[in-house]
Design a protein around this ligand. Structure first.
Ligand code: NAP
Length: 281
């Protein structure tokens, strides 16, 4: 069973199951759209909302293994706790959880609290602590890059070991299929730690157009995003992610991804090449 099936990792993870012909349940608040998205007989689409306990039974009944994400938009921890308790009640015993790099140093993070809860509730778990996704450049920066030729991220000189979410999804697939040891934590990073100045250089080289890193302050960034119509909550979470980059929390490089995939993780230039058209006006 996959939560966040329509997100970047969830979609790439679903593709693995579909490709291998393995039946699975895709959970989403919008099951009709999700069924259409995957359009495959092996996909059972179910309506699931962390914040609506009436959806728990149909989601978890008959499920033994769960891929768990924590949606960025979720304000409180309680729905995650309710969900995990329900999953346990309905017989889920293994959980692969998508967490964030260096969560062990950020006890205030909901992700860290969820990690502890998984252990406390006695699940057989695998925790994937991922660095910043390369896909975030598409999700949040595409318009700035395409139309204004700037990279507008308040990360100062901070470096990040960007990971392609397709590599996270592949690791999650292997974990769900029992290819990894239980009760393990993996650090999912790329092989380079890059400042946003470097990212702008790689973007410029790959798309053939000069991209400038504007290095805004957190305040300027928040103002811009609110002006664009993003919610207070979402903007604050995003600004906090970039502040953690600025403070060096996602600069660490680990060999875990290479070990679990038995190949090198994708480099940023490969990701940009694969999505070149999306970055060009
Ligand atoms: N982005 C990064 O760089 C990065 C790096 C490391 C870790 N992470 C972690 O990865 C997780 C996913 O992040 P993301 O940015 O890819 O996606 P996201 O925008 O946080 O979440 C997307 C998914 O969450 C589902 N969702 C949202 N609210 C829901 C609800 N109330 N009930 C059920 N499902 C709900 C959505 O499904 P529907 O809309 O179909 O319901 C969608 O599939 C987060 O915990 C994030 O911290 C992200």
């Amino acid at each position: 069973m996959i939560t966040g099936a329509t997100g970047y990792v969830g979609r790439a993870l679903s593709a693995w199951f579909i490709d291998k012909g393995i039946p699975y349940r895709a959970a989403s608040r919008y099951p009709i759209e999700t069924k259409e998205l995957f359009n495959d007989l092996n996909v059972e689409s179910v309506r699931f909302d962390f914040e609506d306990s009436s959806t728990y039974q149909q989601t978890f009944e008959g499920v033994k293994t769960l891929f768990l994400i924590r949606p960025t938009v979720l304000r409180e921890l309680q729905p995650m706790e309710d969900t995990l308790r329900a999953a346990k009640f309905f017989g889920v015993n293994r959980v692969v959880f998508l967490s964030v790099l260096a969560s062990e140093k950020m006890s205030f993070l909901p992700h860290r609290k969820i990690e502890k809860l998984l252990i406390h509730l006695g699940f057989n778990y695998t925790i994937l602590r991922a660095s910043l996704f390369m896909q975030d450049l598409l999700k949040y920066q595409q318009t700035d890059i395409r139309e204004h030729h700037v990279l507008n991220i308040p990360a100062g000189l901070g470096e990040t070991s960007f990971i392609d979410s397709r590599d996270v999804a592949e690791t999650a697939f292997l974990s769900l299929m029992g290819k990894h040891y239980s009760n393990e934590v993996y650090k999912m990073t790329g092989k380079q730690s890059l400042s946003m100045y470097h990212v702008a250089e790689i973007l410029s080289d790959e798309i053939g157009c000069k991209i400038i890193y504007t290095n805004p302050t957190k305040h300027q960034f928040i103002k811009t995003y609110l002006h664009r119509g993003f919610s207070n909550e979402y903007t604050a979470q995003l600004a906090n992610v970039y502040t953690s980059v600025k403070n060096g929390f996602s600069k660490r490089i680990s060999l875990d991804t290479e070990r679990t995939l038995q190949r090198e993780p994708r480099y940023l230039k490969e990701f940009i090449r694969d999505h070149k058209e999306a970055f060009i006006e």
